[in-house]
Design a protein around this ligand. Structure first.
Ligand SMILES: [Fe+2]
Ligand SMILES: [Fe+2]
Length: 182
């Protein structure tokens, strides 16, 4: 699947700019981690871009509906499994096993936290450091919908310190800031 195909598919089922921007943010971070681990950037990026494909129209069937939609597009099982595993213990029982899956599981919620942090700052992503995100991470009332436990558990699964994960994610989102509304 090309990036263009993936983006067209995302737009086919999503009109919300916030959701499209979230998909693009997760894409950018997935690509940064693919580079870090020497993996396929395009593949990891597309998994990120499409991870919430069903969320706008079928929030009650999150991940389950995506499996159906992607099968119609003849997407391979590995791709589908990776996407479904981001809903582990929330809407699926598919545990993240591959590194790609562990990264997606961890950074999905983290992207939400970084996005919320950016929206509070006059300069948005510009000049954002790990410190400010860490502070927001510890303030449970800030962006309360962001599940900190998932991020922490994901960091353990990945075998990487949370600070380093944050650093890579902040950099990746900064690089595409204008394209994700930040
Ligand atoms: Fe999701
Ligand atoms: Fe998401």
């Amino acid at each position: 699947m090309t990036r263009e195909d993936a983006l067209n598919l995302l737009k086919k089922y999503n009109e919300s700019e916030a959701l499209i921007n979230h998909g693009k943010a997760v894409e950018a971070v997935m690509k940064a981690f693919a580079r870090y681990y020497n993996e396929d950037e395009n593949y990891w990026g597309n998994v990120g871009l499409l991870h919430d494909l069903d969320y706008e129209k079928w929030p009650e069937q999150h991940c389950v509906k995506t499996e159906e939609l992607l099968k119609e597009e003849n997407v391979d099982d590995k791709f589908i499994r990776a996407i479904c595993s981001h809903g582990w213990k929330i809407c699926t029982d598919i545990e993240p096993k591959l590194q790609m899956e562990k990264v997606l599981y961890t950074i999905d919620e983290l992207c939400g936290l970084i996005n919320a942090t950016a929206l509070m700052r006059p300069t948005k992503m510009e000049g954002m450091g790990v410190k400010s995100v860490k502070k927001k991470f510890k303030t449970a009332s800030f962006a309360a919908g962001v599940n900190r436990d998932v991020i922490e558990e994901g960091s353990k699964l990945m075998g990487m310190e949370l600070s380093q994960i944050m650093e890579i994610a902040i950099k990746a989102m900064s690089d595409v800031a204008s394209d994700i509304g930040l």
